[in-house]
Design a protein. Structure first.
Length: 276
């Protein structure tokens, strides 16, 4: 199977789920490895195609990686993800990749980075945050703004409230649409929260990912705050199927999201059809 994967990019490697973390009631993080270790070494923001025999396959963000595994945070939204959420450690899976361009690491080098995530949209952003922490001297101040519908829907709580706040020159602000009796933090939608926090655009790159409606209003907020189109980076994970630019499902104007994306600056998006 591994030999076939090198010949045919559509043939997956045989992987195995080694660990499962319950993030929220409908999001789990899966650690995936192969017999020879980590399936491949992706750049932050790249994607992997994960499959279950007799069920199907789909593209997912790689949210982090270890020496011998990849981490994929998966929301329960359909037949394949329902089956994955029923899986246990030891389950065999197919995995192929990496796909996409990843985040522009060189463009971000030396700059302050503003990360804006909503819900499961923190998954691809987390890969970049962890990369910047591992290469701390290459990047300036890290500011993470994140929101979810409720406290129960916050992903990666250990990172948000324990790990990232301890990082040198790193700030974390969290909001929920509606709190519960235990919530003592901010309440409100992410775009309004960003405007309330009022980050200055000078020397920054803003990276945002989340539900399409959130991204739409966050982009408007960033422009209102004075961020230029070239300073704003987002991800489009729309309709990807083959991952290699052959099926045409993710075509967007002159681009294929699986090849030319999923990461785009707002300047690049404004040159494409308004389908995002």
């Amino acid at each position: 199977m591994a030999e076939a994967a090198r010949v045919n990019p559509l043939v997956p490697q045989v992987g195995r789920i080694t660990k499962i973390i319950d993030e929220t009631p409908d999001v789990k993080t899966f650690h995936v490895t192969t017999e020879t270790g980590k399936p491949f070494t992706p750049l932050p923001g790249q994607l992997a195609m994960l499959s279950l025999l007799d069920v199907g396959e789909a593209m997912f963000s790689i949210t982090s990686q270890g020496p011998d595994h990849l981490e994929l945070a998966i929301k329960k939204v359909g037949m394949l993800t329902d089956a994955l959420h029923e899986a246990e450690p030891g389950q065999s899976v197919g995995i192929r990749g990496p796909y996409g361009n990843g985040f522009p690491l060189e463009m971000m080098r030396g700059k302050d980075l503003l990360f804006i995530g909503g819900g499961i949209g923190l998954a691809p952003v987390r890969s970049l945050i962890n990369y910047c922490i591992e290469h701390r001297k290459d990047y300036g101040h890290l500011w993470i703004i994140y929101g979810a519908r409720s406290p129960a829907d916050l992903c990666f709580k250990d990172d948000l409230f324990n790990n990232w706040p301890k990082v040198e020159n790193c700030r974390v602000d969290v909001t929920v649409d509606r709190g519960d009796d235990t919530w003592q933090g901010h309440e409100g939608f992410v775009p309004a929260f960003v405007e309330e926090l009022n980050p200055a655009p000078e020397g920054k790159v803003a990276i945002t990912c989340g539900p399409p409606i959130m991204i739409k209003f966050v982009l408007q907020s960033m422009e209102k705050l004075g961020f230029k189109d070239e300073q704003i980076v987002t991800t489009l994970e729309m309709r990807m199927k083959c991952g290699i630019g052959k099926c045409g499902r993710c075509n967007l104007g002159s681009c294929y999201v699986c090849l030319d994306g999923p990461v785009f600056t707002l300047a690049q998006l404004k040159k494409l059809p308004n389908e995002y």
